[in-house]
Design a protein around this ligand. Structure first.
Ligand code: F6P
Length: 335
């Protein structure tokens, strides 16, 4: 009997997940293995939502955002009992290897399954780009392009009305989306969780820019920056940091300020070329590893070379944000 491989997507969806699923399925068939779908991530695995796939199951999906396998968060899977049920589904269906497409939470789940005897390989896919041992995770490039297009549009209205726009983007603990789309979108100020910020300085930056002739401003804020602190030290508490940031800017500069929270549109849309190529290359390597009998690995691309790392090692690393981008943006916006 050909070796059976399960594939699931888990956590927040990311554009390019479908391109990865397509490659997993077709590369598995290429290596004479049987690809099986696991629907709704670990939640579906516990409930036995599995079925075989063929090469036509993944026709016409390379260009689609989201994930045809669906995604879900599962509290049950966090328990030992849930993990045993999930492993039992795989065993009952003769699936001994599982490819997990997702972010760090999904990979922790994969390691739990490995302890129960399942061979696992992780493929990094999250728009946050907060996974170490790969320059980019699947979905990040599409997300930053989506944000950049939105910023282009916001610029039109910001310039017409001569306002400040606070644009909040995703990135729970990571400033990658804010930093890359902020630099590419020409933001005046970029606030990211990796660099503490001071609202008095933010206002000074905006005022200095406008004294040099700027008539509108874009302030890019990562959702994970935390609440702003006022110069006197007290917290300004609001539902989202960008609301408090915008209110503070308007009060302290007198400039009319608006807020745009881009939200989940950042997670959708057709994947870019970069994401499709990355997804295809990483997924192919994942299948090669399974074919070689490997387990406990994460595939990644560094300096355009695809390779693999121990998943536990990758999870233990902090993804480093290249602050050169931050300093460059500050220089360009201050001239
Ligand atoms: O992990 C990706 C991500 O998009 C984060 O940037 C964001 O904070 C989170 O998912 C939102 O998750 P949910 O879809 O559960 O609201």
């Amino acid at each position: 009997m050909a070796k059976r491989i399960g594939v699931l997507t888990s956590g927040g969806d990311a554009p390019g997940m479908n391109a990865a699923i397509r490659t997993v399925v077709r590369a598995a068939i290429h290596y004479n293995m049987e690809p099986w779908a696991v629907y709704r991530g670990y939640h579906g695995l516990i409930r036995g939502e599995v079925e075989p796939l063929n090469s036509r199951s993944v026709s016409g999906i390379i260009q689609r955002g989201g994930t045809i396998l669906k995604s879900a968060r599962s509290d049950h899977f966090r328990t030992k009992e849930g993990q045993k049920k999930a492993a039992a589904t795989l065993e009952e269906n003769g699936i001994d290897s599982l490819i997990v497409i997702g972010g760090d939470g999904s990979f922790k789940g994969a390691l739990a399954l490995q302890e129960l005897g399942i061979k696992i390989i992780g493929i990094p896919a999250t728009i946050d780009n907060d996974i170490a041992c790969t320059d980019y995770s699947i979905g990040f490039d599409t997300a930053v392009n989506t944000v950049m297009e939105a910023v282009n549009k916001i610029r039109d209205t910001a310039s017409s009305h001569e306002r400040v726009y606070v644009v909040e983007v995703m990135g729970r603990d990571s400033g990658y989306i804010a930093l890359f789309s902020g630099l590419a979108g020409g933001a005046d100020v970029i606030l990211i969780p990796e660099v503490p910020y001071d609202m008095a300085k933010v206002c000074e930056q905006i005022q200095a820019a406008n004294q040099k002739g700027k008539t509108y401003n874009i302030v890019m804020v990562a959702e994970g920056v935390g609440q702003p602190q006022s110069p006197t030290g007290e917290f300004l508490v609001d539902e989202s940091p960008s609301l408090a940031i915008a209110r503070y800017i308007q009060q302290h500069t007198g400039y009319e300020t608006r807020i745009t929270i881009l939200g989940h549109i950042q997670r959708g849309g057709a994947p870019t070329v970069r994401d499709r190529l990355l997804a295809s290359r990483l997924a192919y390597h994942a299948i090669e590893l399974i074919y070689q009998g490997k387990s406990g690995k994460m595939v990644g691309e560094v300096d355009q070379i695809v390779r693999s790392w121990d998943l536990s090692f990758a999870l233990a690393q902090d993804k480093q944000l290249n602050l050169d981008y931050y300093h460059l943006s500050n220089i360009l916006s201050s001239i």
